[in-house]
Write a new protein. Sequence first.
Lengths: 387, 118, 484
Amino acid sequence: MQIKLYGPGLRPISATSPGTFIGRLTERPDFTESGRGQEILRIRQPGKELPPGFRAYLFDQGTVETAGSVARDCYVLSPEWKYLADGDVVRLDPMRRTLATLYRRASLSNSFLVTERCDNYCLMCSQPPKSRNDSWLVDELLEAIPLVSPATRELGITGGEPGLLGERLIQLLATMKQYLPQTAVHILSNGRSFARLEFAQALANVRHPDLMLGIPLYSDLAEEHDFVVQAGGAFEETIAGILNLKRMGVRVELRFVIHAHTHERLPSFARFVARNLCFVDHVALMGLELVGFAKTNLNSLWIDPLDYQDELTSAVVTLHRAGLRTSIYNHPLCVLPPVLHPFARQSISDWKNLYFEECEGCSQREACGGFFASATVRRSRGIRAFA
Amino acid sequence: MVRMEREPESAPHLAFQNGIIQTTIDLRSYRLTAVQKTAYRYADRCTAILGASDQHLLPVTFLFPPSTVESAAREAVRQFFQELLDQELREQIGSETHAIRSLLLAHAFSKTDLIRRD
Amino acid sequence: MTTSAFRDRSAFRPPAGYQLLPFRFTRLDGTRYVLTNEVGEYLLLTREDLVALVGHTLESNGQAYKELQSRHFLFDGQSRSALDLLALKYRSRAEQVASFTGLHIFVVTLRCDHSCDYCQVSRQTENRANFDMTRAHADKALEFVFRSPSRAIKIEFQGGEPLLNYDLIRYIVERALELNREHRRQLQFVIASNLSRLSDEVLAFCSAHEIFLSTSIDGPESLHDAQRPLRNGHSHRTTVESIHRARKVLGPDSVSALMTTTQASLGRVEEIIDEYVRLGFHGIFLRNISPYGFAVRKSLLRRYNVHDWIEFYKRGLKHILKINQQGHALREEYTALLLQKMLSPRGTSYVDLQSPAGIGIGGIVYNYDGAVYASDEGRMLAEMGDHSFRLGHLDSDSYEAVMTSESLLLPLLNSMPEGAPMCSDCAFLPYCGADPVFHQATQRDVVGHKSFSAFCTKQMAVLRHLIGLLEYDAEARSTLLQWV
């Protein structure tokens, strides 16, 4: 399935609030009156009186002609927003007439963007950095977190580089612990800001019950890693960050994206991790997502997964033998040798996940993670259905 | 002090007589400790008697077990000098890495370095 | 790059110049040297590259430089990570020592029903009851056992033939389990037995307490029986029958077997290995004959040359690798230990290949007469009249006195390879260990002169051979890696 998380399609049919605001969707018109202040009523059926007191009202097309007597913040949604459901948290921008989905209760892959600023500049970055001040993102998140269902299994924190938030990242994590104590948090970070022991310590001191940091590492050699992330000194700081986090008892996962500039040293990387970083909690070897800079630099980055099978197999075997939990992300099963199938995970977020024509009738479809929506840009010659 | 790679003393100049080969080692080219360590290592093949050094020249007498033939003796001496070159390299590495080795060990056992595994 | 915002590799080159990190090197073969760092990571280099490396002229663009940098043999000025990571690795490896004595050997009797030629224990015949360990000594020994801080404790019963004193084994196991309710260690029991006395009652007891069995199979029947005479019986047939019975009750992996190499074995390594395969074993330990007990008295040692053993080992390993490639999993245990030391960040805990030596601090022996020895070989040396490794006696010495006695501490300190001539320079140091008992037995000195040491000759030959296989024989390499 593929769904849009941000974009136009919000047509006001009444007076509106002057600026953007967030709220949680409910499909219950009888929602407790005193609690309606941040709830947005989702209306799928035509007719009936509008119950008062909700923050806003979202109508599917064809369910309403006019807003009637309830005069504020009524909007009609264009069809691509039909998926919005009870429990989802959205941001409405009445001026620009856009919607953004911050959280979907039914999804297993909710992620919060906390900043677009970054101190790396990876060749294959799927979220190219911007240098403007976007601290409003965290402000908004702090407001959104209390609206998120406490039954949520896991939430991601991404960027840009979340570490650049400094103290505010700590605050964000503490807020998540407070409102969502049962929810696992997975922070994607380059680890560099944790080269300062105090910062790693501050993060650990939140004592979040289920926290993991996903940290990319692209080589056993500093210059190779620095080249891929386009920042001198990055490798040194990242390693220092990983060590500090582990010293403070924080769980760390290493992430390695496989492309033309990294696949050759993949076996060496695995050996390096097995000998030097054998205390990390997980290693993820990942396929390229062809968006952002990965798309810009496609010609120099692209390599067909069929052409690095030996290197990938060697790396997985090395890591696995060393007792490290190892996974392969973002590779369909047809481009992996059978010996690696047990390591492949269904890792692609639902909202950007699809299957191709070739996948019709494939016997492994249930087990396979499929493709990124962006995979249409360039595909492996190995894509085929299993009998 | 830069130690250049040196050709071992070439065999034709070494006379083998009565189970003995005598030669001289220039201590400007090889550290005395390197010679001693090599002599120790080769104790099963020959006994290397180090004489008193005159300025930079160290007389060395190789004594071989009675049954040793000349070719075997020359080969042993040739290998001795190969090993001596290696030993020189070791000394160089040792002196260069001595400080960092101490630092490494101190760092390894400092309390702050515990990595906790969940 | 399609966008000028991206810089190419040259912008990230490290500054020129590098520093050496500590390493050792040894000649591997005619063309290459093996280099090892303090934590046992290794690399092969030509002499040319080695000289360039030490001369600080090694090309930073070249393959050799990158491999050296990746494995922490050198670092450039900006790198802090090399030192941090190396220190961590060193600590992980060294930490093993702190887990302390894990192996506790109880010699419950010296009586035996076999009269093996090479027996390393002065055994008496079956009828002498004053060669059994007493309950009083067993109790005192158990107190010692639980004084060790090790989380994992293995109690191994030896002899003579330990099952000749089965009652005491029973007593010790039950008492140990009782004591362990308070101490909560991971307890494991092994009986090293020739299995001639494996009654149903013994099997039931082993089953109830998950006791493993370790036995001797020297090879096919003709070889085995010739070396291991059993009064009134055929040793091979009896042992094999018992192995099958044991497996039925205790499970397919409950029995392991060791072989002892003698002059007669040296020419028959393939047959011995085939016998292990025939008997359904998946592990074999190609041991060398040791210089203790009857072996020396009967001058077997003089007739046995370490170079003959090395050939035996190489042929044996070749045969074992072939068997693996043909589909039967068979691991050579000594090779597996060495590979683990070479390829695993933590090394191994095998007591006979440690630095400092595993005597006392890795394993300890409580003899049938109440004396405490630093190792099994130390006890055998005592039978030959050299009591250097007798640490004390259960009746007269406390745990503290035994563990801090000079007869333990001095050999530990003095025999450490890091401080020994030749060893301290040797590239194989991280893969080797001290064997103070062997050197005391053969050279009357716990350190020994390694040029005259059969232990050293053996170790270096085996390690050179393994590195050669890993580097130049892809098929062998893939089998060997599965043993780690």
